[in-house]
Design a protein around this ligand. Structure first.
Ligand code: FES
Length: 160
């Protein structure tokens, strides 16, 4: 007797047998995605544990950076790539947020505190702190985001 014939002889359909299987000890094999822990427990996006809360990608970038947690940005001369942006703290004390994506071929740029500019490691394009091209091959400026520092100096808000 073949397997299908045996199951039919029991009067059970395949779907009925699957239901029993899912109710058994191997329930995880049939678990739904509702059983998974919430990967983003912070409503509105972001992750409070990292000190970054809000929308970090797309056309509606709007997030806050807790500088007590994101120490790479807190330190003068430091920077961090956050979503679609690169947030830098210049040696002169201002905070800058630009698109992280080189306008030449899309490589992620880095901040150079000593030169007070941004360098693409791929083909060497350089951008000023206002996003303009200082040296090619890129020919298009980087998008600039608005930055606002809280009165206590601990929270930086970045908006499109
Ligand atoms: S990708 Fe940045 S210079 Fe080419």
């Amino acid at each position: 007797m073949k397997r299908g014939e045996f199951l039919r002889s029991l009067g059970l359909s395949t779907s009925t047998l699957m239901a029993f299987y899912c109710l058994g000890t191997t329930m995880t094999a049939c678990g739904s995605s509702d059983d998974d822990p919430d990967p983003d427990p912070t409503p509105g996006g972001g992750n409070a544990g990292t000190g970054i809360i809000g929308t970090i990608s797309g056309s509606a970038v709007n997030f806050t950076v807790d500088l007590t947690k994101v120490t790479a940005v807190k330190a003068a001369g430091g920077f961090q790539v956050i979503g679609d942006t690169i947030v830098a703290h210049t040696n002169s004390g201002s905070y800058i947020a630009l698109s992280k994506t080189c306008t030449h071929q899309g490589t992620t740029i880095g901040f150079r505190a000593a030169q007070n500019d941004f360098l693409c490691p791929n083909h060497g394009s350089q951008f000023s702190t206002t996003g303009s091209v200082e040296e090619g091959p890129a020919t298009t400026a980087l998008k600039v985001y608005k930055t606002t520092l809280s009165a206590d100096g601990n929270t930086l808000t970045v908006t499109a």
